[in-house]
Design a binder for this molecule. Structure first.
Ligand code: AMP
Ligand code: MG
Length: 348
């Protein structure tokens, strides 16, 4: 057990965190997506400590963070197409899979031929990377399986005692993890949707595929393109179900299910869009953002799920939105948080 320091992002504190990284220790850092649990990617023991702290399966590879394309060159092979994508979207909430160079220890990328590279846009993350002078392997800074952390407090709640310090950069702007784009395939393929949408990627690519498993569980025997998709993910402690259909039918269905669960003595919560809050008057309801602006849902989703845990909610019912644009990323996380439990409200 180490005492974990919660630090404001002063230059002095960032220098201290950078030194901790160089010395093989673990550091919690804000990024524009979610908070990361960082370690020197070239230090095998430090990387192993990340897996131990999170309880993360060893076959789920990590993303390596660098401040710029030049710092990525020694780590991976960047062809003309990849360079075009990176020049356009980095720094930003995009992770690219590229053929790895030998310097990357196998423990970082679970022995795969590719390595995941990200250049974050968050000024604090960027400064920390510059000061550390090492590539930083950083998964989301949560206990494996739980919703990802979007505040320094979330990181502290999950991992206090397991890392040296956490830099407090306030709330993460995007709120969901980066888009993971596999550039080692002939057709660039989105393995995990995020703030950079397939339509945005088409601005610089002729073709973009989206992995089938983005919106459904893997079938028995199906090989995961991205090992992270295999695991239970983002789940609150309470039992979350998604309810889909026309707005009116959804509200009716949720009101009925809410009543039944409450009768059984359960603590229940509705997750609803701003536009529909009126339909749930009198029920314990949390606004999850605006249907018209999916990025607001992305921003608050994980914090809402964590808050439900803190309030001891047993049963949650959530509205859904179209899986388009940033909505695709929201539905990818929400479906997994619900273990793919979806109730059709129109079928009655
Ligand atoms: P996290 O670090 O928690 O944001 O998760 C990183 C995601 O990127 C997981 O879903 C990983 O499986 C995926 N990932 C990282 N590196 C690779 C790789 N080399 N090949 C395929 N997926 C990867
Ligand atoms: Mg994660």
């Amino acid at each position: 057990m180490t005492e974990t320091l919660l630090l404001t992002p002063t230059e002095e504190n960032l220098a201290l965190a950078a030194r901790a990284l160089r010395e093989g220790q673990l550091v919690g850092m804000p990024t524009e997506t979610v908070y990361g649990l960082g370690a020197n990617a070239l230090d095998e023991d430090a990387v192993r400590a990340i897996f131990a702290a999170k309880g993360r399966p060893a076959d789920n590879p990590l993303i390596v963070h660098v401040p710029d394309i030049a710092s990525a060159e020694p780590l991976c092979c960047i062809d003309e197409r990849s360079r075009r994508v990176m020049t356009h979207f980095c720094p930003g909430p995009l992770t690219v899979l590229l053929p790895k160079k030998p310097i990357i220890p196998q423990v970082v990328n679970a022995g795969l031929p590719s390595v995941a590279i990200r250049i974050p846009a968050h000024p604090i993350a960027r400064r920390l990377l510059e000061l550390s002078g090492v590539p930083v392997a950083a998964p989301s800074a949560n206990t494996s399986g739980k919703p990802s952390p979007t505040t320094a407090r979330h990181v502290y709640d999950d991992l206090a005692g397991k890392l040296t310090c956490i830099i407090d950069g306030g709330e993460c702007q995007v709120g969901l993890e980066s888009t993971v784009l596999d550039l080692t395939r002939e057709v660039p393929t989105v393995l995990r949707p995020g703030g950079i949408t397939p339509d945005m990627l088409l601005e610089v690519l002729d073709e973009v595929a989206v992995a089938d498993s983005v919106l459904r569980p893997l079938q028995k025997g199906e090989k995961a393109l991205s090992p992270g998709m295999l695991y239970k993910h983002y789940a609150p402690k309470g039992m979350l179900s998604l309810v889909s259909g026309s707005a009116e039918a959804v509200a009716g269905k949720i009101r009925r299910l809410y009543g039944e669960a409450a009768q059984l003595g359960k603590t229940v919560q509705v997750l609803a869009f701003q536009e529909h809050l009126n339909a749930y008057k009198g029920l314990n309801t949390k606004c999850i953002g605006s249907l018209a602006a999916p990025e607001t849902v992305a921003h608050s989703l994980f914090a809402t799920l964590r808050q439900a845990d803190a309030e001891g909610i047993d049963v949650l019912y959530s509205e859904v939105l179209p899986a388009e644009g940033v909505g695709l990323a929201v539905m990818n996380r929400l479906s997994r948080a619900a273990g793919f439990r979806t109730i059709e409200a129109d079928e009655e």
